[in-house]
Ligand binder design. Structure first.
Ligand SMILES: NC(=O)c1ccc[n+]([C@@H]2O[C@H](COP(=O)([O-])OP(=O)(O)OC[C@H]3O[C@@H](n4cnc5c(N)ncnc54)[C@H](OP(=O)(O)O)[C@@H]3O)[C@@H](O)[C@H]2O)c1
Ligand SMILES: *[C@@H]1O[C@H](CO)[C@@H](O)[C@H](O)[C@H]1NC(C)=O
Length: 326
């Protein structure tokens, strides 16, 4: 036998090993996954046909992700109820929707809501139920962020973030839940953040509010599972919205800057499409982000000390950058 032939031999064994690996290890995993994916698509299509006429309440619909959600659900033929503090902005969103000139479509409803005013939320829900008598899908999306380290954040600011992002959504969910339980039907979606999965420096209050939201949703999901009420949590990475502009500083002033990371984030329209799909497929908990945030998520749980080391570096970098800009 010549050396060349020997090489050929070795080559073909390599391929055999590869086929063996593919056949015995990957196929039993890949095939069911592929089938599961096809089945999910099929089911999502079935539910999409049921979307027209569904009543969808969206908080924080006056800008960013909420505004994009209003478009996506309106185009799907839903009866959208838009809520936020700035009703003028909501009217603008409503005008934009009506200008799409879709037929058939239900005219959007605009309702003022301040998530920080917890005592007003039961009345708000009475007004909501006055429109169509029911809500099929509640999307807890309204929220604010923070840009400050713990040492320079007033407790009032921690409280404000927690009230708007967490207690506001809790109060709204609880006020709507009885009507959903009565009908034995409903879907409650929480727009959390990757920061509801792991915390980064200068965002303690925000991250804490989203972690709390995640835990609340997980607990609620288990309780209402047998009552045909579905609960989804969506944790997006950076999205191109007004979030950083509207964020609070440690003293409670408006941060007022567009962060680079936010400006380079995903498009709110794409995220809104993904959220619709998540609801149709009844996915309980999804992470919508780039690879970096996904790696961070796994590191936080599988290798926390490395994650904390990286975050400490990041905190130092932020501190230095801040000193530079004053
Ligand atoms: N942008 C991101 O990078 C990102 C990433 C992950 C998760 N998220 C989450 O996505 C959600 C939407 O944020 P966004 O990015 O679209 O930011 P945004 O453009 O600033 O929109 C925030 C929305 O929340 C509403 N809101 C704020 N405070 C409120 C209050 N007290 N009562 C009622 N509504 C209130 C605002 O409406 P009014 O001012 O008219 O009240 C606005 O419609 C938030 O929960 C946020 O945490 C965003
Ligand atoms: C909840 O999800 C299940 C599928 O997991 C679906 O059969 C059911 O119709 C959903 N219920 C509501 C109210 O969306």
């Amino acid at each position: 036998m010549k050396v060349e032939d020997l090489n050929k031999c070795a080559g073909s064994t390599d391929w055999n090993v590869l086929y063996w690996v593919l056949g015995t290890i990957l196929m039993p995993v890949a095939l069911p996954l592929a089938l599961f994916n096809i089945w999910q698509r099929f089911r999502a299509q079935k539910y999409r046909n049921q979307l027209p006429g569904k009543v969808v309440l969206i908080t924080g619909a006056s800008s960013g992700v909420g505004e994009a959600l209003a478009h996506v659900f309106y185009k799907a033929g839903c009866k959208v109820i838009l809520a936020a503090r700035r009703t003028l902005e909501l009217e603008r969103v409503k005008k934009d929707l009506l200008a799409l000139d879709l037929e058939p479509a239900y005219p959007p409803t605009v309702l003022g809501l301040d998530l920080a005013e917890l005592n007003t939320i039961p009345d708000f829900v009475t007004r909501v139920l006055g429109v169509y008598n029911q809500v099929d899908i509640l999307i807890n999306n309204g929220g604010i962020s923070v840009r400050a380290d713990v040492a320079s954040t007033a407790v009032d600011v921690d409280l404000k973030i927690m009230v708007v992002n967490y207690f506001g959504s809790v109060a709204l969910t609880k006020a709507l839940l009885p009507s959903m339980l009565k009908r034995k039907s409903g879907h409650i979606c929480f727009i959390s953040s990757v920061q509801g999965k792991f915390a980064i420096p200068q965002r303690a209050a925000y991250s804490a509010s989203k972690h709390a939201m995640q835990a609340f949703a997980d607990s609620l999901r288990s309780e209402v599972a047998s009552k045909n009420i579905n609960v989804s949590t969506v944790s997006p990475g950076y999205v191109r919205t007004q979030l950083s502009l509207n964020a609070l500083t440690g003293t409670g002033k408006s941060y007022g800057k567009m962060d680079d990371s936010t400006a380079k984030g995903m498009s709110p329209d794409k995220l809104a499409e993904r959220i619709l799909k998540c609801i149709l497929r009844n996915e309980p908990d999804i992470l919508v982000s780039d690879v970096q945030a996904k790696v961070a998520y796994y590191l936080r749980h599988l290798c926390p000390s490395l994650f904390f080391w990286i975050m400490a570096k990041r905190a130092l970098k932020l501190e230095k950058a801040e000193k530079k800009t004053g």
